[in-house]
Ligand binder design. Sequence first.
Ligand code: CO8
Length: 236
Amino acid sequence: MTELKNPFASEEITAPFNEEWQAKRRVAAAVRLLTEVLVTSSPDTSKMHDIAEQLENTASDFASSPRVYGRLDWIESGQHGSFGQVSHELNPLAGYSNPLAPPVTTRIEGDMAIGRCFCGWAYEGPPGSVHGGYVAAIFDQFMGFAQKLGKRPGMTGYLNVSYHHRTPLTTDLHLEARITKQEGRKTFMEGKMFAHDELTASCEALFIEPRKGMYALKQQARPEEVFSPPTARSGA
Ligand SMILES: CCCCCCCC(=O)SCCNC(=O)CCNC(=O)[C@H](O)C(C)(C)COP(=O)(O)OP(=O)(O)OC[C@H]1O[C@@H](n2cnc3c(N)ncnc32)[C@H](O)[C@@H]1OP(=O)(O)O
């Protein structure tokens, strides 16, 4: 079971597996900063075109290194860490090496899961507030971690989110979750999100352990095609 052991479950941020991830965390932090600056600044247009060219060159330079697509490929060589360690880095909500991740941090305290998150201006939906889709995504990640309490890890069957108050940007968000019921492969949970002690959102979630267990997912077919993001130059 160590392969899928969850490395998110510490109050401290788990250290990177090796120097490669340490460097990638730094790059990811820089990209996060870039995203924050992009959506909160207004340089003149020609300066922005210059910046875009620099970034395009940086991306090409990056892309010329060996490419690895997907966590299964990342673990294949044994050089980049275990499935859990790679997930810890690349998870789209909690991965320190993935600039899409705010990131969400998580830990277990007794029979509760506790989480923390902080969303900058790039996450704005309603004015000054976190986009509701991101609130749901944060819950999905957090509840997916919290099901660890039940020891039957599975995938989200449903996630019903209630939005009580706006969830503010640039504010420490506190998350709590607990199991309400377990029936065989099914784990039912409830979760809450707070900002400054105010309940902003809550959820009810069902996670279902797949018939053949989570390991079976590793045997399933993986996407074949290499994804090339559209660029402004290609007109998208
Ligand atoms: C360990 C880290 C995990 C991290 C998770 C991160 C969170 C995620 O983003 S997961 C991604 C989003 N979720 C998904 O993609 C899941 C897609 N769905 C599936 O793959 C499958 O439907 C799966 C695995 C959930 C269940 O499939 P399977 O194992 O075949 O279940 P199956 O035997 O049909 O049903 C089991 C039970 O669950 C119930 N059930 C299945 N789906 C649902 C559902 N959506 N809602 C309610 N009940 C359901 C069935 O009715 C059945 O109940 P009972 O035993 O009482 O008859």
